[in-house]
Ligand binder design. Structure first.
Ligand SMILES: [Zn+2]
Length: 310
């Protein structure tokens, strides 16, 4: 039989056991509460990130970088009717001098893509020089000037023009186009990045440039664009060992349906003729609608640069 003393100790023992059990349960609840969100966070951190996710976070903190993209075409002495699509070598040199003296550093469009995709940095005052259509004078006049002023540019060629140029008997910097071999030479200078300006969609006919025609089925358009652009990609790979990452819309004629086609073919950026200075952030979604300002010969260097705040 238990004594009263025994009963008392039994009572204390039971109370202590209960208290310990409650304490353990409490600690368990507390531990679970602390560790569960941490576990969930850990799981989220392990999920592979697309570059865009990390980049968007940086963009939220960072200030957009002003990136003017200048658009040139032919650089030659031209006595034709006044055109907005050529500039004299003297004026082009004036532009380079101006940019140099004002602290600008030339960058390739692929460097803008790198930045927007969250890789690499940009110089303090970046400027992108772009050239459309594939002129022979890029080799005879533009390249020596780029070398003289330590600049570089993105040159967007038209496949059909390069192909046709192989048959040309007389050639002149005033009107000829680059052959495949010359495109390769230009690229090998290290001062030129080659971009695509379509194989043969550089006309304002039933189709405006490479824009989707009114009433054209989306599937038909995607097929036509893929076929045209693939032909130039293949030719550049075979003849020049180049895989362009930049696309320039002929005449700035854009269709939103073109973007998935461009991405599928490996392009990282597309140039429009939308006249504005780009505000680049660490967000690649801006890369397929980059604005450009056309450098027409009728402006003086100062007037042109001043117009866009350069
Ligand atoms: Zn063009």
């Amino acid at each position: 039989m238990m004594t009263e003393e025994g009963d008392f100790f039994m009572f204390i023992h039971i109370r202590l056991k209960t208290a310990v059990s409650l304490l353990c349960a409490g600690v368990l609840v507390l531990l679970t509460a602390v560790s569960l969100p941490a576990a969930l966070r850990g799981k989220a951190d392990e999920t592979p990130r697309r570059p865009a996710d990390g980049a968007s976070e940086q963009a939220a903190e960072g200030t957009p970088v002003d990136v003017p993209i200048l658009m040139y075409h032919s650089v030659c002495v031209n006595d034709r009717v006044r055109s907005d699509y050529y500039i004299t070598p003297e004026k082009f040199e004036g532009d380079l001098q101006y940019l140099k003296h004002n602290g600008y550093t030339a960058v390739f469009i692929s460097e803008l893509a790198d930045y927007a995709e969250g890789k690499g940095e940009l110089p303090e005052k970046p400027v992108a020089l772009t050239f459309d259509d594939g002129y022979y004078n890029w080799l005879t006049d533009v390249l020596p000037l780029l070398e003289r002023y330590d600049m570089k540019g993105t040159f967007n060629v038209v496949g059909a023009y390069a192909e046709k140029e192989a048959q040309a008997e007389v050639r002149s910097p005033a009107y000829s186009y680059l052959t495949w071999e010359e495109i390769k030479t230009l690229a090998e200078s290290g001062r030129a990045e080659i971009g695509s300006h379509t194989w043969d969609m550089h006309e304002l006919g039933a189709r405006r440039g490479c824009k989707k025609m009114k009433g054209e089925a989306a599937g038909h358009y995607a097929e036509a664009l893929t076929e045209d652009l693939s032909r130039l990609q293949t030719a550049l790979k075979e003849n020049c060992d180049i895989s362009p990452a930049t696309f320039a819309y002929p005449y700035g004629e854009i269709s939103k349906e073109s973007v998935p086609v461009l991405q599928k073919l490996g392009f990282r950026a597309a140039l429009t003729c939308d006249e504005r200075v780009n505000k680049l952030v660490r967000d690649p979604s801006v890369l397929f609608s980059l604005g450009r300002v056309n450098r027409a010969s009728r402006w003086s260097t100062e007037a042109f640069m001043g117009k866009y705040g350069l």
